[in-house]
Design a protein around this ligand. Structure first.
Ligand SMILES: *Cc1c(COP(=O)(O)O)cnc(C)c1O
Length: 354
């Protein structure tokens, strides 16, 4: 298989040092360490400390390792949901979260809004019985986002409720105000530039108190059981040790999130200007306020979309397909930190030739 430059928004291009770190992990015996050993506990502790430092996660928050963002949806439904959950979404991932929650037998309510619409936080009708609000910060399927300001406003409007945020395709790419919500999660194969198969679940002290008051502890991945293990820097089951190690190594070299945020937003603006300058394409989301900074969704007629995907593919670029119903009229481009400026330039030069 020929090596391509991937612009797919997940699984996405991995950090260029990954092969070297995998080799290190093998040579240092990390790949075979026991997850109850002091070596593992040290790796766990160091990685969570680095995450707090590099992603500006407040000290009092706890970070847990899970296997996927999908698992986090279930953990939230089973361990943090009292009577009802309320789901806010405008796209496929938010909707899936809602559906998975219903399948676990939780009562849910929801508000579905248009991708093009700015969410009006002050006009929401959240039922009293819903003690947790679930939202998708970056909706990977259509390339929209809920800004830090909107999440902050939700916090102000609902100080008594838990706020749970799916930040799978933005955590590590843009600066998120972690303190303004209780639960954040993301899998590592997007902005963190690592191989798939692991996710981070980040919980406020209030979230843990809620888990304690609910007392749900029936599952291998019950939050209480995960938290109890994490106190000893351990996990309930054998975790993805290699990915934890890769995360630690990449974090050591990672610039501060404020710097990454600045670079990602600069690239985002440049992508928008670029596509605005090409007649045959337009941004799928016209409104800059709701547009994702990390997933660029581009619209065109189906023939142009088909041709572009084919031509780029044979030239060694992988673009993200449009998601679900948007498959024939859009493609997506990851604006993730592991992608290099020179790679972006190559793709842009190529798309220009036509
Ligand atoms: C990719 C993605 C998921 C699913 O991640 P998994 O690791 O496959 O569970 C969930 N939510 C969003 C917003 C995503 O982009």
């Amino acid at each position: 298989m020929r090596k391509c430059i991937s612009f797919y928004p997940g699984p996405s291009k991995v950090h260029e040092k990954v092969p070297r770190y995998v080799l290190d992990a093998y040579q240092k015996g990390i790949l075979s360490i026991n997850h109850r050993s002091p070596e593992f506990e040290e790796l766990f502790q160091k990685t969570t400390q680095l995450l707090k430092k590099k992603l500006q996660i407040p000290e009092e928050f706890n970070i847990y390792f899970t296997s996927s963002a999908t698992e986090c949806w279930e953990i939230i439904a089973q361990s943090l949901t009292e009577i009802q959950s309320f789901h806010l979404y405008n796209g496929a991932f938010g909707e899936k979260w809602h559906n998975y929650t219903k399948k676990l037998g939780v009562t849910t309510s929801h508000y579905q809004f248009e991708a093009q619409q700015i969410l009006e936080v002050n006009n929401l009708n959240v039922p009293d019985e819903a003690k947790i609000i679930c939202l998708t910060q970056n909706e990977t399927s259509n390339g929209t986002q809920l800004s830090n300001e909107i999440i902050h406003q939700l916090r102000e409007n609902y100080p008594e409720k838990l706020l749970a945020v799916d930040a799978t395709s933005s955590l590590g790419g843009i600066k998120l105000n972690i303190a303004s919500a209780d639960i954040w999660f993301a899998s590592v194969q997007k902005c963190l530039g690592l191989p798939a198969g692991m996710a981070l679940l980040i919980c406020s002290p209030q979230a843990l108190e809620k888990a304690q008051s609910l007392g749900e502890n029936n599952h291998y991945n019950s939050l209480l059981f995960i938290a109890e293990n994490a106190e000893k820097y351990q996990t309930p089951y054998t975790p993805n040790v290699m990915n934890i190690y890769l995360l630690m190594r990449t974090l050591e070299k990672r610039p501060k999130i404020t710097n990454i945020d600045r670079e990602i937003k600069r690239r985002y603006k440049q992508w928008v200007d670029y596509f605005n300058g090409l007649d045959r394409f337009k941004m799928f989301i016209p409104n800059d306020l709701v547009r994702s900074r990390t997933v660029i969704t581009v619209e065109a007629d189906p023939t142009t979309i088909g041709d572009t995907k084919e031509r780029t593919k044979s030239a060694g670029f992988i673009l993200g397909n449009g998601y679900g119903l948007l498959k024939n009229t859009t493609f997506r481009i990851a604006n993730f930190p592991a992608i290099k400026r020179t790679e972006i330039r190559k793709l842009q030069d190529f798309l220009m030739r036509d």
